[in-house]
Write a protein that binds this ligand. Sequence first.
Ligand code: HEC
Length: 226
Amino acid sequence: MRMLRKIWPVGLLSLAVLAGCRQDMHNQPRFKPLAESDFYSDLRSSRTPVEGTVARGQLREDTYFYTGKVGNNPGEVMPFPVTAEVLARGRQRYNIYCAPCHSRVGDGNGFIPSRGFPRTPPSFHIERLRKAPIGYFFDVMTNGFGIMQDYSAQVPPRDRWDIAAYIRALQLSQSAAASDIPAGQKVPSVAPVFEEPGSGATLPVVQIATPEHGEPKAAGPKEEKP
Ligand code: HEC
């Protein structure tokens, strides 16, 4: 009995040491990505996903939202309502991703073509592009066009639609007719007065036009500083 009392701490100690030797948590029975395995006949440890597998958030059920096309043709409608927020977001994204080549007004005289980009982009204000359906602009951003690369990696689908809506606004800004103005609204047609003309590297600073003839400011589109 005394003997047993003497050795039990030793036994406990060796048990603890042995338990520490278990390496399962360190050397997990798993393959490193793309490692070879002789378990499968094709020697690949990575298995292809079951056909039809869809990653979470990638179902893309709404085909029009992701392609801008109805069948093979670009669609004519926005997939969601255009609000002031949509246009503001579109303008911000456009100025980041498109204006360097297409310019802020969309005439194609951006800074990059001025420095020798192989081709000057067409103006968005030409007849053909004014008549192009809105889905066409979404498609150009998604798949590229000619020597222009696509922007599907940089600009997510929702932002691409926002940009497309903003391009429509840009087009309207250069070609609106009196008949485009809703009945009962007046648009002040005073030319903008520049505090600073802007150098190309800096933006022009427009003096906020004060409403003339005592008209309420809400009567026309709100003037915003660019
Ligand atoms: C690096 C410069 C560059 C950038 C940035 C750029 N584009 Fe372009 N884009 C071009 C060029 C160049 C063309 C003409 C391509 C050709 O004809 O081969 C073009 C053509 C187009 C066209 C006209 C297609 C047609 O039918 O003529 C559209 C629409 C367009 N771009 C939209 C966009 C939008 C929207 C963005 C921003 C997401 C953008 N581009 C960003 C250079 C650019």
